[in-house]
Each structure stands twice: as C-alpha cells, then as structure tokens.
Design a protein around this ligand. Structure first.
Ligand SMILES: Cc1cc2nc3c(=O)[nH]c(=O)nc-3n(C[C@H](O)[C@H](O)[C@H](O)COP(=O)(O)OP(=O)(O)OC[C@H]3O[C@@H](n4cnc5c(N)ncnc54)[C@H](O)[C@@H]3O)c2cc1C
Length: 318
C-alpha cells in the first residue's frame, strides 16, 4: 500500500494547481492520472488574464507557444461585435503537461476505479491510501461518481456537447473568432489560432436545446467547416473532429465532505455563457489546497465567471 497525505485524482489544470499549491507549502501529495502526460485534452485552449495571473504565467517563464489576443471577434446572431480585450491561447497538450511538471508533485499512471473509506482514510483500488482526497478527474471523475453524485445530482440542462479539432495549419488570419447562436446553435463555435503554427476549431452547445430543436452537433459541425472555408479561414473540407461533454456551472451543493474535495469539471464549474473551464479549474484547485493546508472552508462562491456579456460591457476585460 502506498501511503501519502493527499491524493489528487486527475492531473489537468485543477489537479496540477492543487498539487502546485500543496507542494509549495511542503504538503506531501500524489497525482494519479489514467493518462501519461503529455496527453490530448479536447479544448480550444483560450485562457483569460485571470488564469494567467493565478498561474503566475509569463511569456518568459512559459516555454511553449502562448499567443496574446488583443481582441475577440464576436458575432452574435451574425452581427459583428469586436471586443478589445487581452486574452491568450495555448495548446492543452503542452500546457497541462508543463503545469503538472511544474507542480513538483509525484505522479503515477493509474485509472481510479474504487474508493473506500476505512478508519478515517481513503483507500483507492487497494493500492493507495491517503488522508485527503481531491477529485479533479473532469466530467467523469470517479471521486464525483462514488462520493458526491447523490449529494450533487447533475443538471442535464447544463450539459454541453462539444466537438473540436486542433491541427497544424499555416494560418494567415491570427484573430480569434467566436460565433454565437449562428445557424440556430444553442452555444457558439470558434476559430482560435495557436502558437507553433496550429489552429483549433470547434463548436459547443447545450445538449437539451439541440435535442429539443431536433438538431445535432454533427450537423452543426458540417455547417462550421463549410463556413470557415467560405471565410477562407481554412482550406480543407475533410476535418474529422472529436467530441466531449462537460457541465456548465449550476447548483453544486456539496464541494467537500469528510476530507474529500471536488475541483474543476468534476464539480461542474465552467462559466455559463463562454464555457470557460480552465480558470475555474485552476481557482478551485488552489482553493482546495488552501483548505487542506489551513483547514478553512471550501466553496465555489466568488469563483471567476467570465461572461461574454460582461466582456461586451467592458467589465471583465482584464
Ligand atoms: C471542446 C472543448 C473546448 C473547450 N475550450 C475551452 C477553452 O477554450 N477555454 C477554457 O477555459 N475552457 C475550455 N473548455 C473547458 C475546459 O477544457 C475544462 O473545463 C478543463 O479542462 C477542466 O479542467 P479539469 O482539470 O477540471 O479537468 P480535465 O482537464 O478534464 O482533467 C481531468 C484529468 O483527470 C483524468 N482522469 C479522468 N478519469 C480518471 C480516472 N478514473 N482515474 C485517473 N485519472 C482520471 C483525465 O485523464 C484528465 O487528465 C473546453 C472544453 C471542451 C470539451
């Protein structure tokens, strides 16, 4: 049996941020992830200035491509609304791996399946034992499924289905475009240029609204790729996407219980209209660590809520 004070399930932004803060404070922890890093994570890779600050990222300490976007080109129902702001784009393949390595925490490749509570400790798959357990395993996090599902049933109305593709492309347009409610999509589609000559294109919408309109995400994907070709943003027609689903922020009654914590997508913390999940994942991971270190309360109240509407009004531009 491997014994440690804290086990973090999942090495994405929530898990690595939690590990980073714990290690900075000398707390022993171990990160378990089913994948070996660097691993692919479906994501547009847009990060906010708040996330950059929370992670203490700078262009001179981040060794991979990080593009600064001086404006976001929004289209609402086809109407152009360019918004001056400073945002960033990264590639999750590089970013997550770098964050995890920077945390200084030991990691192990392990798919968590079973969690038991024995004599005040958590036992994972009869192999790992810890006093504190952090569930940072994303939408399908086993800590959520085993310990929190009954306390926090998820709201199906907040389920987002998304599709994306990231690929090397010699782009001539380095702007970031977001199309809201185009083609009756209950969500938005995007074109995000990346460092190192990559772009990410994708689409995300509320599953319940798509089903209600007898629409589906595949039809919307076809529409997006055709539109991008017409706009001359891409020049290939055959782009095969991958899909993933996650929950936007909704009522989460219990974020911690009995020295177990939920962070990031495991808790369903992505913001409501932009689906920004990296920033809330980082903040919640740091907060979980602070609560373990100092014994204070842990909640999602007051977590950043990046919103298209607020960006438009200039309230959360930086
Ligand atoms: C298509 C798409 C585009 C997106 N674009 C953006 C964007 O541009 N900007 C933004 O801010 N957010 C975006 N998001 C949301 C964002 O990707 C997530 O909110 C964010 O990754 C959450 O981080 P996390 O650390 O909670 O979970 P994750 O990044 O999902 O990490 C969870 C980790 O847990 C591991 N894991 C899972 N199950 C187990 C298990 N049983 N045992 C061990 N390990 C396990 C996984 O391998 C994974 O490494 C997007 C999401 C999608 C689907």
């Amino acid at each position: 049996m491997i014994d440690t004070k804290v086990i973090i399930v999942g090495g994405g932004p929530s898990g690595s941020s939690c590990a980073w803060r714990l290690r900075q404070n000398g707390v022993e922890c171990l990160v378990l992830d089913k994948d070996v890093f660097p691993r692919t994570k479906l994501c547009a890779g847009w990060i906010t200035p708040q996330a950059v600050r929370d992670l203490r990222l700078r262009e001179d300490n981040y060794p991979h491509g990080m593009i600064k976007l001086d404006r976001l080109h929004f289209r609402f129902y086809g109407k152009k609304v360019p918004i001056r702001t400073t945002q960033y784009s990264i590639r999750r393949f590089e970013f997550d791996s770098w964050l995890l390595q920077r945390s200084g925490a030991p990691t192990a490749e392990h798919t968590v399946r079973e969690i038991k509570r024995v004599d005040g400790k958590y036992i994972i798959d009869d192999k790992y034992r810890c006093e504190y357990l952090v569930g940072a395993g994303g939408t399908n996090c086993p800590v959520y499924r085993i310990l929190f599902k009954d306390k926090n049933p998820r709201d199906k109305g907040a389920l987002i289905v998304a599709m994306e593709k990231e690929f090397p492309f010699e782009y001539s347009d380095a702007n970031c475009y977001l199309w809201f409610f185009e083609n009756k999509l209950p969500g938005y589609s995007w074109y995000v240029p990346k460092g190192g000559g990559y772009i990410n294109i994708g689409i995300g919408g509320k599953q319940a609204s798509l089903a209600k309109g007898q629409d589906d995400i595949h039809r919307q994907w076809e529409f997006l790729t055709k539109s991008l070709q017409q706009l001359k943003l891409i020049d290939i027609s055959n782009v095969t996407p991958k899909g993933y689903s996650y929950y936007l922020r909704h009522r989460v009654s219990v974020m911690s219980s009995d020295k177990a914590y939920l962070a990031g997508d495991a808790a369903g913390l992505a913001t409501v209209d932009m689906g920004e999940g990296i920033g809330p994942a980082v903040q919640s991971g740091l907060r979980a660590a602070d609560s373990i270190i100092g014994g204070g309360a842990y909640s999602w109240q007051g977590l950043g809520k990046y919103s298209a509407v607020e960006l438009w009004r200039g309230r959360s531009a930086n």
